[in-house]
Design a protein around this ligand. Structure first.
Ligand code: C5P
Length: 213
């Protein structure tokens, strides 16, 4: 069983994906983490995230320490990730790993949940079920703001909103694998639905799919 979840930054897709993977005991892959690791390795090496040759090289040899680096979730890493994610060579280098994960999930799990931007369209076009999780930019910026200030850090709402909008524009506007809902994806708008309601709706749709036809 392959569950594909796509959507813009901070729409709640990671939370939904993790909860579904827990509930069904499936493997979970946060594909944004792969692009973030490439972006972070560029920042750590003090190389511009616009450097295509260096980004392609970095995407072929990701050090596992990058995935536990506390800076992986930083806003600056997200921005660098969305720059390297626009490079076709970087995307091609990361594609095989994602496809293998979905087809042969680790630990003998009987299913996989992948979240990202192009899972339902490019990575797993034949996924058993697809979700497109979205929320308006103001609500997504508000969530990011609350998350950051809850950690005791300071944040500027308008700056976060501008970042969210710039990242949306880059992710939706790129030529290779742009962020778009697959034609057969179920749309889940989290602007007004809370995460529990979204989760229950997704579980019901998946269980319907799992019933013998
Ligand atoms: O989801 P997250 O914010 O961690 O993703 C970081 C960036 O990685 C996104 O803004 C997007 O540019 C890129 N990405 C992508 N394709 C995916 C997952 C993430 O292009 N499947």
């Amino acid at each position: 069983m392959i569950i594909a979840i796509d959507g813009p930054a901070a729409a709640g897709k990671g939370t939904l994906a993790r909860r579904l993977a827990d509930y069904f005991n499936y493997a979970y892959l946060d594909t944004g983490g792969l692009y973030r690791a490439v972006g972070l390795s560029m920042l750590r090496a003090d190389v511009s995230p616009e450097d295509e040759v260096a980004a392609s090289k970095a995407s072929l040899s990701l050090n596992s320490a990058l995935f536990t680096d506390t800076a992986l979730r930083d806003e600056a890493t997200g921005t660098a990730a969305s720059k390297v994610a626009a490079m076709p060579q970087v995307r091609a280098n990361l594609l095989e790993f994602q496809r293998k994960f979905s087809q042969l999930p680790p630990d003998g799990k009987r299913g996989a949940v992948l979240d990202g931007r192009d899972i339902g369209t490019v990575v797993c076009p034949n996924a058993d079920i697809k979700f497109f999780v979205t929320a308006n930019p103001q609500e997504r910026a508000r969530r990011r703001y609350t998350e950051i200030t809850a950690r005791g850090e300071t944040a500027d709402y308008n700056e976060i909103l501008a970042d969210v909008q710039a990242r949306d524009a880059r992710d939706m506007g790129r030529k290779d694998a742009p962020l778009v809902a697959a034609a057969d994806a179920h749309l889940l708008d989290t602007t007004e639905l809370d995460i529990d309601a979204v989760f229950l709706r997704a579980v019901a749709l998946i269980e319907e799919k799992q019933k013998p036809q």
